[in-house]
Design a protein around this ligand. Sequence first.
Ligand code: GLY
Length: 562
Amino acid sequence: MSKVFYKAFAVSLIIFLTVNLIFAQDREIVTSDSAMVVSAHPLASEIGLDVLQKGGNAVDAAIAVQFALSVVYPRAGNIGGGGFMVVRTDTANYALDFREKAPVLATSDMFLDGNGNVRPLSSTHGHLASGVPGTVDGMIRAYERFGSLPWEDLIQPAIDLAINGFPLTEREAQKLNQNVDQILRINTVKPDFLKQNYYQTGDTIRFDELGLTLTRILNNKRDGFYEGETARLIMEEMKRGGGIINRIDLENYQSVWRDPYSFWYKNYKVITMPPPSSGGVALHQLFQIMERYPIGEWGFHDPLTVHLMIEAERRVFADRAAYLGDPDFVDVPAEILVDSVYLDGRMENFDTLKATPSGLIYAGEMPEESTETTHFSIVDKWGNAVAVTTTLNGNYGSKVVVGGAGFFLNNEMDDFSVKVGEKNMFGLVGGSANVIEPEKRMLSSMTPTILEKDSSLYMVLGSPGGPTIITTVFQTILNVIEFEMNMQQAVEAGRFHHQWKPDQVYMEIEAFDDELVEQLRSMGHKFKMRREIGSVDAILIRDDGKLEGGADPRGDDTAKGY
Ligand code: GLY
């Protein structure tokens, strides 16, 4: 008996040591008993935690975190952008679409010159690049349905940060320094918060005008943004900068409750975002393909596992370009795309030994700086879960700050097919389903996702990163389910990404060892190194009921729980 016990103990110890050596992690795992917030900034996570400790639910905390991020993380957190929220309660699941819309005056050729060529930077920089912001309406809709604490309790903490100021982290000081010149060049009125041209870690920054705008939202809710003083300041900004968002756009903007996109992977139910996100459909395709192969047995970063994942990603992104768009404007053939016979066909030319060329030679680039979006995950003491991914698109969006109102506007118009067949700033090739039309929502890759295991809450996650969001969420889930990592290890593990065109695998530096890269090269894969791919904030509900945070060390991301 004791011999058997010692043998079992020794085997467990070896497995434990092996797993921990292979999946080394930078950060301690944060665990908690009741509730948790994981977001891109420690101050925002702290505010979310306060709301939860005061008795607020996960949606209350999400609203407070969203407003806090608009202050402390202004390059992606926002009130001038949009996003998606997925909510799971004991009784039902919900998906809120507060994605920006094209202005009513937008046209399919608004970014083209007289010869039909894309005017460089016109869809990414400056006033025309902005879609009609959806975040404030989204937060109000979420509050109307789920809010339990007073509205002011959710927004006052953000106002206090804006007006009293807060210290810049090293990363945020650097990002600001990299962008100050451009922000000054693009804006007709100097943003009030830019008091210096060079920032150091720990410098205090204040956003007085943003504090006033948030106060108007506190006092007047929707009318504090889409009407009155804030709307007037947006109109003036559009006039000064030659933008086209008008009063009708602001009055008409409505976020939409949609049916979440749900599917099964083995015994896990995946609850995520439907179109206009491409994330849900693409994830479903990827997992359907994975289910045909024993990748858990092949192992993490085994050449065959990685080759299969790349080949699946390549095919799924080709479908994304061709078929996905705003479901209010185009028919998205989601059922066909995830049909198993269709996917059999897609994988028919999958060769276990060779990469399948993506077809045309394409010289698209994916600039490092253009991946800014942010995600946060929250679980409350009742087991409600919220996954929110929210964005300005690029770093500081269009770089336009609404004069007198102190917030950045998005550059989400670049997520449309600015010209069919041309690449956008992510190198994604645009299809006709995603052409610009007045009041249409641009296709997104944001994939806030919640998983159930055996009908219980299991995981909450999401990431920034443009198209790499989908592959990042996909890989993080597989890291836990198939490769038995804990949440923090799964978040930290090296990532890779293929998006059909350009025909190359984006790979984080040192994600693969040299031998694996050589093996994949010999199969025909081409590599392009990237410093970072995605930044996941996730929560895992362990078998013992504890919550385990995964806060991405690629950013200042922080997990806090109680
Ligand atoms: N702006 C990034 C996305 O929505 O995919």
